[in-house]
Design a protein around this ligand. Structure first.
Ligand code: FMN
Length: 330
């Protein structure tokens, strides 16, 4: 059974890897993930802006540590580990490269153009095998159009592309009005891959205390469907790699993602909850399922349910509920 895949030009034994998160900040955790069979690792982002970094680390750590099982609790790094400044981040890239044999994909979230380019260069020099560019942004300014926002990412990518040679992936949010158009521009600028999707943190309101509640809810598999739709729509239209991030919790989620068109899948929530043993069980589950269903290779399965190949393409583009509601039975 051949589970091999190619992602960002990297040859991987199978498509499953931990996504950007603090999981990889502890060398022990990274070794455990490699021993459990992870195909590569994605580091959490180096945030150029201290404020953003602090927000992510504090809120995410508080929220996540509430939900994890005792077995996985040692798996979650201390909060301080997550707050790496640029120097520590680059040192971590180097240390990870010395520690593991699997590819190390770094991740960058910059705020100024200079910062994006300088850090991308430094990350390349530190030895990262590839770089994920995380353009996390919530649009609040009515003066800025959708095209303005897209152009910002395009300019960042253009500058980073001319500064580094390592493969680049752009991690997108799902909130673009014409994702296929934007994705094609990203590919045309030389990005080797696109990660679908970033997951925005949505605050809640505490109506008694009149406070914003910043608690992060980890994903579950229902979030996968949004990714499946866009993987399936984009796969026939792009040559670059596609990774699925969000809602991959089980081997069946991996299978669906690959069928929709993913070259790689990234998991975070499920590893935070259940630890490295989940990595192993997903790889085994993928292999077993493919054997049972007489697939010879992952390539055979890849994109088989994309918009071009699936038996009911209209299901992916059906946006209103009319027909679906007619099928609803209580
Ligand atoms: C605690 C935590 C920290 C994260 N840190 C980052 C990060 O630094 N950079 C990034 O691009 N995504 C980050 N993410 C988002 C994940 O990479 C991933 O896109 C998201 O959690 C959806 O995947 P999941 O459903 O497998 O959790 C983080 C997620 C969590 C839960």
């Amino acid at each position: 059974m051949n589970l091999e895949t190619e992602y960002l030009g990297l040859k991987l034994p199978h498509p499953i890897m931990p996504g950007a998160s603090p999981l990889v900040d502890s060398l022990d955790t990274v070794r455990a993930l490699e021993d459990a069979g992870a195909a590569a690792i994605v580091m959490h982002s180096l945030f150029e802006e201290q404020i953003i970094r602090d927000q992510w680390s504090t809120h995410q750590h508080q929220a996540v540590s509430e939900g994890i099982t005792p077995e996985a609790s040692t798996f979650f790094p201390e909060q301080e580990d997550y707050m790496l400044g640029p120097e520590e981040y680059l040192a971590t890239v180097q240390r990870l490269k010395e520690t593991v044999d699997i590819p190390v994909i770094a991740s960058l979230n910059g705020s100024s153009m200079g910062g994006w380019v300088d850090y991308a260069r430094l990350i390349e020099q530190a030895g990262a095998d590839a770089l994920e560019i995380n353009t996390y942004h919530v649009a609040t300014n009515p003066e800025e159009s959708g095209a303005d926002l897209e152009n910002r990412t395009i300019e960042i990518l253009r500058n980073i592309r001319s500064a580094v040679e390592i493969p680049l992936a752009v991690k997108l949010s799902p909130y673009f009005s014409s994702l296929p158009h934007f994705a094609r521009e990203i590919q045309a600028l030389g990005a080797e891959g696109i990660v679908l999707f970033n997951r925005f943190f949505v605050p809640d309101i505490d109506i008694e205390e009149l406070e914003m509640k910043q608690k992060l809810q980890l994903s579950n598999s229902t979030e996968l469907r949004l990714r499946l739709r866009w993987l399936a729509i984009l796969r026939p239209q792009l040559e670059c790699s596609l990774a699925c991030s969000g809602g991959v919790h089980r081997a069946t989620d991996v299978i669906k993602s690959v069928m929709a068109g993913a070259d790689a899948v990234q998991c975070v929530a499920v590893l935070l909850h259940e630890g490295d043993k989940r990595m192993r069980s997903m790889i085994d589950g993928l292999r077993e399922w493919m054997e049972e269903h007489e697939y010879e290779s992952l390539t055979q399965m890849k994109g088989s349910m994309s918009l071009r190949h699936c038996p009911d393409p209209a299901a992916y583009v059906r946006a209103n509920y009319l027909q679906t509601l007619q099928l609803w039975k209580v």
